[in-house]
Design a protein around this ligand. Structure first.
Ligand SMILES: Cc1cc2nc3c(=O)[nH]c(=O)nc-3n(C[C@H](O)[C@H](O)[C@H](O)COP(=O)(O)OP(=O)(O)OC[C@H]3O[C@@H](n4cnc5c(N)ncnc54)[C@H](O)[C@@H]3O)c2cc1C
Length: 324
């Protein structure tokens, strides 16, 4: 790849890059704190713990640095991928081309006592936010405690649990469009439905979100409700091995897990990937899975369920890169 002359090489960045398992030196984007790392392995940055390298990888710490990174990719015609906590992603063993922008350092949390709202950076982990709200005695996020994603991922995926979801509490989100413009959007702009939003088109990056919560309860009440949700999830879902949570969206008629279980697929294994015994809508990486094993198992489950129920299961997990 040809690198533009306005990008300079950095020795210390190279050291940092090696700790990120990069094979060659990182580049400093002038006028920013951004280091662009080549060939960064994504397996440790996704909850499935599989996947090849990002061609380029950056972790901006400010909106300006996000903007600069996005325009760096745009100037070179490189595809852009946004990475939150990687808890709903299956990254190909061959990796992903272009620039991967990780939001993990875009964190700030501001509670507005007068409005009962919280404004949060896209990289803030959802469970941490749920506990922060609970400790103040603010209701509205008790459902989110077991979802191991970021705020940006939740706004994009319309993450939800226990019959509540992100769209129900979102007041507005600040997004960066690929042409560099910032825009404030409301839920009405985002075409929300079950685990779906217009943001999944990949043409906007969520920088921060404001949620409406309900102050006024005691810390003990909200902490107890939040903890109950966590305990209930951990007893019914397999959190002990790497996964992406539910692999398939629930069709209207039946829960995907029930359909998969009735098709006799619990425990079915391809390579290191296995349909979980505890919850059939989970696929687990039993230690040595390749992304291709998981991909093949997804297809096998879809074919078996289609054959048995004439229903097509749609993946909730986002597939990135090429699979065979
Ligand atoms: C054990 C386990 C349990 C789970 N339980 C649930 C559950 O109960 N309910 C549920 O809804 N989900 C659940 N999930 C799935 C996952 O946690 C959610 O989908 C979560 O919202 C994904 O957030 P993330 O930050 O990890 O996003 P990622 O997985 O990193 O990305 C998901 C998608 O969002 C995009 N994206 C991420 N951040 C941004 C951003 N800032 N701007 C624009 N696009 C962005 C990505 O490009 C990608 O397309 C579970 C996952 C696991 C591993």
């Amino acid at each position: 790849m040809t690198i533009s002359p306005n990008i300079s090489m950095s020795g210390s960045a190279s050291l940092l890059a090696s700790t990120l398992q990069s094979s060659s030196a990182a580049l400093l984007l002038p006028g920013t704190q951004c280091r662009l790392h080549p060939q960064v392995s994504l397996d440790n940055l996704t909850s499935f713990r599989v996947g090849g390298p990002a061609e380029w990888y950056v972790t901006p710490r400010s909106w300006e640095d996000v903007q600069a990174s996005v325009s760096w990719a745009g100037d070179r015609g490189l595809p852009l991928t946004v990475l939150g906590a990687g808890s709903n992603l299956l990254v190909s063993d061959r990796g992903i081309p272009g620039l991967t922008v990780a939001t993990r350092y875009l964190r700030q949390v501001l509670f507005d006592e007068d409005l009962g709202q919280v404004t949060v950076g896209a990289g803030e982990p959802l469970p941490r936010l749920a506990w922060k709200a609970a400790k103040r005695g603010w209701r509205g996020l008790e459902w989110a405690v077991g979802i191991p994603g970021t705020v940006g991922g939740a706004v994009t995926m319309n993450a939800g649990a226990h019959r509540d979801c992100t769209a129900d509490i979102l007041v507005s989100a600040l997004v960066l469009e690929l042409d560099g413009n910032l825009a404030q959007v409301s839920p009405a702009d985002l075409d929300y439905s079950y685990r779906s939003s217009a943001l999944q088109g990949g043409d906007r990056l969520v920088l921060q979100a404001t949620f409406q919560l309900q102050p006024g309860s005691t810390r003990a009440e909200v902490m107890a409700a939040t903890n109950r949700n966590l305990v209930q999830r951990k007893s019914s879902q397999p959190y002990h091995l790497p996964s992406c949570g539910s692999v398939f969206r629930n069709p209207d008629q039946r829960a995907a897990g029930w359909l998969i279980e009735q098709a006799g697929l619990k425990g079915h294994q391809i390579g290191g990937a296995q349909v979980a015994h505890r919850h059939a809508n989970f696929i687990l990486n039993c230690g040595n899975a390749k992304a291709q094993d998981i991909f093949d198992l997804i297809h096998h489950v879809q074919a078996e369920v289609e054959g048995r129920w004439s229903l097509s299961l749609k993946p909730e997990v986002r597939l990135l890169g090429e699979f065979s």
